[in-house]
Design a protein around this ligand. Structure first.
Ligand code: UDX
Length: 443
């Protein structure tokens, strides 16, 4: 099929490359000419494992091409995926102006029947609004009113595993409001269903939009739940790691997303929890559980700061090294990064902060211009008074702890991801603190 992808950021580029891999003819569009130039010259503008090779393969074969010209992208397209950004607004809702703009532009250029698919995460009712925008625009311009079928097809990919997740989905979800759109999406995903046997949820547009928000909000709720349990474990001297293991063995609960720590970050969970809460309020339901999920998440930074204060008393004037700028391993994404939030809180308290990150150091320098940034964890720790693990990078998990102790002024470590072996840490001479492992605390 001929497919267009509007917006080749993280979600869009992965979608475009994977659809090309499935055998479709794909054109990726972006109005950022520099980004398209990078892609045309074989580069990928962000860190994502397996993506550069896949993009290379499908562009070499001619299955994927790029343009900045919407008319060219739409010319033959049967299905158009909208992958533009939906950044958070100060009030908690997402900024949908880029989605609206795509609706207006497509309405003004399209000359044949097609399916316009929301891929970016949007709140329920966005499909209805988009349909309205397109009709309004075509009528206002007096252009031919063509049938643009709006559909929703959320993605569930994780950064750092985006290609794998897209090509091996747990499920495929699409919501449509016409046979034309449903049949088109069936044909888009037929090769993937054949390849993987993934189950398909066919539903209406509002329900598909809601599945995405409900999924992310639920995963965030699991993380905040286990973090709240961790805070009780700390106080009663229990071990949250074993609690999570014991809970996860119940088939109704399952083991995933029960890792306690510094909380969730990234471009999805914080934004989607807020957006879902915002939508619920807008439609007259006070979803207070979600408010608490966000509050617990932010509170985890204070948990780490308290552990540092217990050891160091005043943080002002102390030098503290944060291991991890990226919001999780395997990505250079700094959005809502727990490590960076912690670094800012430490600076506000008067500490001198250093950040180590193996991949995201350039971005960290831009975000925190006054902070010393390192690509070597031992160099970052030399002369520091304490280290906090904010991101469980393999480079941190495998660090020679004896050398770390030798580098530090005081051998204090707060493991904000419970990723180090407490016994090995103690044996190396560290005063080791974890999250929710009260049985280990040394006083
Ligand atoms: C998430 C969803 O997993 C994905 O389906 C959706 O499409 C986009 O949002 P992503 O943001 O890439 O993906 O990261 P993910 O791997 O899910 O982790 C999110 C955050 O939660 C990270 O900061 C991670 O460190 C944290 N996390 C995850 C925990 O603190 N504990 C856990 O048990 C799991």
């Amino acid at each position: 099929m001929d497919v267009a992808v509007i917006g080749v950021g993280h979600v869009g580029l992965v979608t475009a490359a994977c659809l090309a891999d499935l055998g479709h003819r794909v054109v990726g569009l972006d109005d950022d000419a520099a980004k398209i130039e990078t892609l045309l010259t074989g580069g990928v503008p962000f860190h994502e494992p397996d993506l550069p090779q896949l993009v290379q393969e499908v562009t070499d074969s001619g299955a994927l091409r790029f343009t900045t010209d919407l008319g060219e992208a739409l010319a033959d397209a049967e299905v158009v995926f909208v992958c533009v950004g939906t950044p958070p607004l100060p009030g908690g809702g997402p900024d949908l102006r880029f989605v609206e703009r795509v609706g207006v532009e497509v309405a003004s250029k399209v000359d044949h029947e097609l399916v316009l698919v929301e891929k970016s995460t949007v709140p329920a009712n966005t499909g209805r609004r988009l349909t309205h925008v397109i009709r309004r625009e075509q009528q206002a311009r007096g252009t031919q009113v063509t049938n643009v079928h709006v559909a929703s097809n959320p993605e569930f990919l994780r950064e750092g595993a985006a290609v794998h997740d897209t090509l091996n989905p747990d499920r495929i979800v699409y919501g449509t409001s016409s046979d034309f759109a449903r049949d088109a999406l069936r044909r888009v995903y037929a090769p993937l269903v054949e390849r993987t046997g993934a189950p398909v949820v066919e539903t209406d547009v509002n329900t598909a939009e809601l599945i995405k928000h409900a999924s992310n909000a639920f995963l965030a709720t699991r993380i905040s739940f286990i973090n709240a349990v961790a805070n009780v474990c700390d106080r009663v001297g229990a071990d949250v790691e074993v609690v999570a293991q014991g809970m996860g063995m119940d088939a109704r609960i399952g083991p995933a997303f029960l890792s306690a720590g510094l909380g969730y970050g990234g471009s999805c969970f914080p934004k989607d929890v807020d957006a879902f809460l915002h939508l619920s309020r807008q439609v007259g339901y006070d979803f207070r559980l979600l408010e608490e999920v966000g509050r617990i998440n932010v509170g985890q930074r204070e948990v780490v700061l308290d552990k540092l204060r217990d050891e160091l008393w005043h943080l002002a004037g102390k030098t503290i090294t944060v291991f991890g700028g990226a919001f999780k391993p395997g990505t250079d994404d700094l959005r809502e990064s727990p490590g960076l939030h912690l670094a800012r809180a430490l600076i506000d308290e008067g500490a001198t902060v250093r950040v180590y990150d193996p991949v995201a150091s350039d971005g960290v320098r831009r975000e925190l211009p006054d902070v010393a940034v390192f690509t070597d964890p031992l160099e970052a720790s030399t002369g520091a008074h304490a280290v906090v693990v904010a991101t469980d990078w393999p480079e941190v998990v495998d660090l020679d702890l004896g050398k770390l102790v030798a580098a530090l002024d005081y051998p204090i470590l707060v493991d904000g991801r419970n990723c180090l072996d407490p016994e090995a840490a103690r044996a190396a001479g560290l005063r080791y603190h974890a999250i929710g492992r009260g049985h280990l605390e040394q006083h």
